[in-house]
Design a protein around this ligand. Structure first.
Ligand code: DQQ
Length: 541
């Protein structure tokens, strides 16, 4: 009963069956988007790591086209680990990936399409020159992986980064090449840190108008962190700007269960798009029984915030083509203790002592996969709880202590998604506003999974992050939540803070989900606008 088909996603990418993890080599080539991913072709657990491959013309509907890489040769016999694609000047795409050798060492290999005129690039030929990079003496060869997409310097040489561990910290080793086959290690890494970050997995490096982003995935907390800074092209060094110095000051792509993200440039639409792996929150035995494990985030456009201080992510607009019926609300007041069910035709009514205003247009069961955009208006900030500056370092802890049912001043208000009819199971995505000592305000965003399922053996944390907006000036906070069976992907403040969670409510096996807006603050809040769409099922696989 724990393995209902209802947990499979309707529009978040997953293959037809078995295990997936990191997105690999995303690229737009000759009219087709390609997504490769770490894949086990034999089981729903990590192992036999190969590159699965799916293609799409719209980033919404995907077709599996078989394995691009399998462990076949001495230089990758124990796994074809993560890597990237670069398009060479003669318009040939080349894969560079990490192979695990029979000795357990990590080396870098390349592969070319067998036939570039196959629109799906189904078959890939590994180079006779493999491995093209082996760890130099003194470099930790068992933590030496995940080559980036290459870029070319003014000297015409290709450059890539390889993630590595040095001491207890990590580094992004830089290599240069004139032909993509012969690579020379630079004297200095592009960047390194002696902080206890451990190995830097899946580095990613790119820029916006001279401002550079270095992203690394860290096993210390299974989170993707990034720094903003400058890149000295002469010296080939990345220097984080002051506010990003020290690993504690790096920012997060996503505060939830999202890892090993990778971006690519969509040449068709001139935008940078990111994918990331969403691991499971259920048990290994469930995965085996279900026959699948792991999904991807929605493809997100990544931009630099106008304040230059952080990245902003937003699902690609193509996803909106799946939006079907819409429910809309305007100026709905959420009084203290208020709970508002977003659904069909119901008049306002009081239930369990809670004030319910339900405004409606039609009644259908549909909230199992939906796209919800809501804007909360808070005009009165006087009642905001006092902010303790020590809370800044650990928003997740704050969300754990101040759950959705813990009464506050301004907030908590937000959405209850994937809720059972009796609300015994529910995932709360919400905000709380605090007043700092110097009369500025801090906005906390949480995704609280502690009540997402009655099952106790699941991973059900509360996640949290601060939202960098000026609530006093704006008077509004926006939230977009993509609900999709076993995933809740949320964007606060227009995508400034992202939190993605995996949830396994038991009721989904038998009945449909409900959606509510709530306010447990002592100050009333208003929904200035809410739009919720039922989604069509995408073709994924
Ligand atoms: N997953 C891959 C590695 C990478 C890790 C192996 C990150 O290449 O470092 O499946 O999730």
């Amino acid at each position: 009963a724990n393995v209902s088909p209802e947990y499979r996603t309707a529009y978040h990418f997953q293959p037809a069956k078995y295990w997936i993890n990191d997105p690999n080599g995303p690229v737009y080539y000759n009219g087709v988007y390609h997504l490769f991913y770490q894949y086990n072709p034999y089981a729903a657990v990590w192992g036999n790591i190969s590159w699965g491959h799916s293609v799409s013309t719209d980033l919404v509907h995907w077709t599996g086209v078989g394995l691009a890489l399998s462990p076949t040769d001495p230089y990758d016999i124990d796994g074809c680990f993560s890597g990237s694609i670069t398009i060479l000047p003669d318009n040939t795409p080349v894969i560079i990936y990490t192979g695990i050798t029979s000795k357990g060492e990590q080396v870098q290999n390349i592969a070319y399409p067998k036939n570039v005129s196959d629109p799906y690039l189904r078959e890939w030929i590994k180079s006779d020159s493999n491995p093209v990079i082996e760890a130099a003496d003194g470099v930790n060869a068992s933590e030496f992986r995940d080559p980036t997409t290459a870029w070319r310097g003014r000297d015409g040489l290709w450059r890539i980064l390889i993630g590595n561990k040095v001491g207890l910290g990590g580094q992004a080793i830089l290599y240069r090449s004139s032909d993509f086959v012969h690579w020379v290690q630079a004297k200095e890494p592009l960047h390194s840190s002696a902080d206890r970050t451990g190995v830097w997995e899946c580095p990613d490096f790119y820029s916006y108008d001279g401002k550079y982003v270095l992203k690394v995935s860290l096993q210390v907390n299974w989170v993707d962190h990034y720094m903003l800074g400058g890149y000295d092209e002469e010296k080939d060094l990345f220097e984080p700007s002051e506010e990003f110095v020290g690993y504690r000051n790096w920012r997060r792509y996503d505060h939830g269960k999202s890892y090993a993200s990778k971006t690519f440039v969509d040449k068709l639409n001139g935008r940078r798009i990111s994918w990331a792996w969403l691991n499971e929150s259920d048990t290994v035995s469930d995965a085996v029984e279900k026959g699948w494990a792991g999904i991807q985030t929605t493809p997100r456009v990544v931009t630099l915030d106008s304040n230059g201080r952080q990245l902003v992510q937003w699902p690609v607009k193509e996803l909106e083509s799946l939006r079907k019926k819409r429910v809309q609300l305007h100026d709905a007041e959420l009084k203290t203790g208020g709970l508002l069910e977003i659904k069909g035709i119901r008049a306002s009514q009081a239930k369990h002592g809670l004030l319910i205003h339900a405004i409606a247009s039609f009644f259908i069961f549909w909230i199992t996969y939906a796209d919800v955009e809501v804007e909360f208006e808070v005009s009165d900030l006087d009642g905001a709880e006092h902010f303790d500056p020590t809370w800044l370092v650990d928003p997740q802890k704050l969300c754990t202590e101040k759950g959705a049912s813990v009464q506050g001043g301004v907030g908590p208000f937000g959405l209850l998604v994937l809720a059972s009819e009796d609300r015994e199971e529910q995932t709360a995505v919400y905000f709380r506003v605090f007043k700092d000592h110097n009369n500025t305000y801090k906005v906390l965003m949480c995704s609280d999974q502690t009540r997402s399922s009655l099952r106790t053996e699941l991973d059900k944390p509360a996640y949290g992050g601060f939202v960098d907006i000026d609530i006093k000036k704006d008077g509004k906070i926006s939230l977009r939540t993509l609900i999709d069976h076993s995933v809740v992907e949320s964007f606060g403040g227009g995508g400034r803070t992202c939190i993605t969670a995996r949830v396994y409510p038991t009721f989904l096996a038998k009945s449909d989900a409900h959606l509510y807006a709530f306010n447990n603050g002592s100050t009333s809040a208003k929904i200035s606008e809410l739009k919720a769409w039922t989604m069509a099922k995408a073709h994924i696989g």
